[in-house]
Design a protein around this ligand. Structure first.
Ligand SMILES: *Cc1c(COP(=O)(O)O)cnc(C)c1O
Length: 400
């Protein structure tokens, strides 16, 4: 995105500020869609990556459907204009009441364990269900986001499929979808294909099958020349496997994916202002007006976020430790080369579209940042910065 526009936006709305580029989101959506050559493709945006209502509305306008992991996300999706039947509910480890609420909203239901399958089958005789299968394949960029391996808490083990069929027969449950999601940020593109073979083979035993949902985990580039999923190559390979399955079964199944990060990561920037530049004997700290309360990925996942000095792009390159203003260690980057940083400069953290604002908190009683969506060169404020009212909302002050 145009750097001058970013500086204008931060001037107008102040730092720290999240800015998302709608053109980037649209480009990624279309690239994803066009990578596959199958009869029926449905993309369900995994909204936990970024749930702002305007972003959801943008996704809907592009033709996307939605994947939600909580009742609250379902409510946001419906508020943003999605039809309930276009929303998939894929929670993990939630109680019966939350499934009951989701069912009353009319969304598609993905079941994560056999106990819940039994409950839903016995309680809702005519409900169509999707079953989340754990193929026991190791995927995911690190152990925190790798959810398909043998010890993972997600999904019904592929070894328990006989039990799934027994429960389905007992209650006459129509299982019309199966689902797999092997984790986020996968480095090994072939893992998808391996999981696909396992899941498709499992799919042969589901007589009511209409769709197969392969989740997500597509890797995006976080730094220049970083490895990322080649979506065209993957789409082509995957389409062949999927089309062969349809042909073998004599039925045109719907292929679903649930990308989150792939669609929104690169669209976002977190713009921060430098409060202090502190020289010590061993290094130089650039303290920005943010911390893990706004962007926790570097501290939580050791994630790399590229940092540019927007307001001094031509300065001499130097080494910095970029840190926040939280009273705790909150290091964004160590020994990072950035053009000379001065007090008041605006530092831009890239790849701040996915799992950044949605993981933000009020730690240190700081406000969560405002959010701006840029479309057609125009910046739209899509969330106001919080105020002290937001921090005290719902609290009851007992005066002792
Ligand atoms: C988080 C999640 C996704 C999205 O993963 P990304 O790596 O962001 O694309 C998709 N499906 C399910 C079930 C998820 O929990």
């Amino acid at each position: 995105m145009n750097q001058d526009l970013l500086l204008e936006l931060v001037e107008k709305h102040e730092a720290p500020l999240y800015v998302y580029d709608a053109d980037v989101i649209e480009g990624k959506y279309n690239a994803f869609k066009n990578a596959f050559d199958v009869e029926n493709l449905e993309i369900h945006y995994a909204c936990k990556a970024l749930t702002n209502l305007s972003v959801l509305s943008l996704m809907k306008s592009l033709g996307s459907k939605l994947d939600c992991v909580s009742v609250q996300e379902l409510q946001l999706g419906i508020k943003a204009g999605f039809a309930p039947e276009d929303i998939m509910f894929t929670p993990n480890g939630v109680g019966e009441e939350e499934y009951d609420q989701a069912i009353s909203l009319g969304v598609k239901i993905n079941v994560d364990n056999v106990q819940m399958l039994e409950y839903l089958g016995s309680t809702y005789p005519d409900l169509e269900l999707c079953v989340r299968i754990n193929p026991h394949l190791m995927g995911g960029g690190n152990s925190k986001i790798s959810v398909g391996h043998i010890d993972s808490k997600f999904g019904v083990s592929i070894h328990q499929l006989p039990l799934v069929h027994r429960i389905a027969n007992k209650y006459n449950i129509k299982i019309n979808g199966i689902h797999v999601h092997t984790g986020s940020d996968i480095h090994d593109g072939d893992i998808f294909i391996r999981a696909a073979h396992l899941i498709l083979t499992a799919g042969e035993s589901f007589k009511d099958l209409e769709y197969i949902d392969f989740g997500s985990g597509f890797k995006v580039a976080y730094k220049p020349n970083d490895f990322h999923t080649d979506i065209n190559k993957f789409g082509q390979k995957f389409s062949e496997v999927f089309n062969a399955f349809c042909k073998k079964m004599g039925k045109n199944f719907t292929l679903k994916f649930e990308p989150g990060k792939y669609l929104v990561s690169e669209s976002g920037s977190l713009l921060t202002k430098v409060n202090v530049v502190k020289q010590t004997t061993s290094c130089t700290f650039a303290h920005v007006d943010s911390g893990f309360n706004h962007l926790i990925r570097p501290m939580f996942y050791d994630s790399y976020h590229h940092i540019d000095n927007l307001s001094n792009p031509e300065g001499d390159e130097k080494l910095y430790n970029v840190v926040g203003y939280i009273c705790e260690s909150d290091t964004f980057a160590t020994d990072r080369i950035i053009t000379e940083v001065r007090k008041g400069d605006i530092l831009r953290f890239r790849n701040a579209g996915a799992y950044c604002f949605t993981m933000a908190s009020n730690y240190n009683s700081r406000y969560r940042p405002a959010e701006v969506l840029v479309k057609g060169g125009e910046g739209y404020l899509i969330r106001e910065r919080e105020t002290i009212e937001d921090l005290v909302k719902g609290q009851k002050l007992i005066k002792f």
